[in-house]
Design a protein around this ligand. Sequence first.
Ligand code: PEP
Length: 259
Amino acid sequence: MRPPLLIANWKMNMFREEAKAYCQELHSALVQSPSLAKRVAWILIPPLTALDILKPFQKGLYSLGAQNCHWEKGGAYTGEISPFMLADVGCRYVIAGHSERRMHFGESDEVVGRKVATIVEAGLVPILCIGEQWAERERGETLQKIERQLLEGLRGVKKGGEMVVAYEPVWAIGSGKTPSAEEIADIHRAIRQILCAKFSPAWGNQASVVYGGSVHSQNAAQFASRPEVNGFLVGGASLKVKEFLAIAGAFRWRVPAKS
Ligand code: PEP
């Protein structure tokens, strides 16, 4: 069984010295506890300025990712970075369609779809973020919204490689509010059904569907107890090593008991 994914999205936080101290602490905690190291697949997504700080501490303990990319391979796009360049610096994952990018930078479903296609073309794994606004939830439009974001976001993906979908209700991000574990499980099941029905059952069944939105050490266990939850995308609570380690502890029940 594949381990759950535990993804740290540092957003626009962490100067290089802070990143170094973080990695030293995380590295020694994981080396001291091999069972904790194996409990989840650790994925760190720092700002690009800290990527080279994280690399020497990697040592097979975690993968690296980027928070954003451009949809072209290269060219006259001042200030942008292509997924091919991210592959070149050792990233394995790239977030596409985070709600903060949709909200603050006007990224449409079409743009997100183009980014996802280029991420896959570069041989990297997209983490496609989808989720409803509070008003959409109130109007009962959650499923329509996630179906549209999935179909548009995956429009250009032809191959059936590794895929991560992050269900992140926009109203839950950084707010301290979350859906119930049951609601999350229902939406995750719906996401998998859409992936299987609209793309392919084999691909849909092997995709990871993770939850994001105000996950922390005190609420992680209730969400992790649902088999539909294949991991977490964590923002604020990933910035403190102890808190991030405690979130991994929530997946303890998934580790087969030793005889
Ligand atoms: C996120 O940025 O994707 C996120 C889930 O943030 P937070 O955990 O802080 O709500």
